[in-house]
Write a protein that binds this ligand. Sequence first.
Ligand SMILES: [Zn+2]
Ligand SMILES: [Zn+2]
Ligand SMILES: [Zn+2]
Length: 286
Amino acid sequence: MVDCIDGPGPQLKSITHLCNNCILLELNSQESAMWIRDAPNRNVFLEKLGGMAMIKDRQYSIVIPFLPITTELDSPDMLIQLPTMLHRMENENNIQTGSISCIRWIKDPAKCSPTQKVAHALTFITLPDTANCLLRDSFYWGLDRLCPYKDKREPVWCLKCQQTGHLAKDCKQMEDMCSLCALPHHTQGCTSLMVFCVNCQNDTHPSNNRQCPDFIRCCNMLHDCTPENRMPYFPTLEEWTQVELPPHPLDPIKWTRPPPNPFAAQGQLRQMTLGEAMNVCTHVPK
Ligand SMILES: [Zn+2]
Ligand SMILES: [Zn+2]
Ligand SMILES: [Zn+2]
């Protein structure tokens, strides 16, 4: 790589072989990373490398929640429609053309309920600054203001035995275990009124509860290995992007019931203006 340009320049810091036959190159500085993004430099580097190598830039994935399901992300004529759709999205959000490289539904729309109006979409952004601006300033689409969040790494979860640490394809269990009651049947056919979590052996929540102390423990372990997971933005040289979220409490949140509505008990529950409501409040019996 040093041979690619004159003088002291971009250097490789590390090479990691990934399981999908790719290699991950870590460069020595931000400048080096910018250098290799430049098309002429990239071509020179690939020529020196030889073979059929390609460079795939890192993508910054964010989740856009509650996008109207009528948005044509996966139509049959997607190849014709999608660039136009992405271009419209970039225009509406005042971001550079080509900033959104791909957008897709997290759950197949064919599996959504017929009455479902909105769904979550996974969006791949080419630059961290653009992704951070969308995370900070929201994503505008039509007349909707949507609040995207970073697509973070989460502990793997087996949909067959409901335990964390492996995927269903690697599961050693013979039978499906219900994620609600932990009995040996498929979750969709569950008729049990009981809940049981197989991970923390507790009957206060089902196994797929994200507030489960065992799930939170696995998340915290993952955050310790991947500190960027705790950060709401993609860290760049901008200071505001380098903040961390406070760690999750180990204990699940204790839900409390709201106080009873005094008007409901007296049969006085009806719509009223604020002024009227203030008058009524003065007559509430102690
Ligand atoms: Zn399993
Ligand atoms: Zn069940
Ligand atoms: Zn649990």
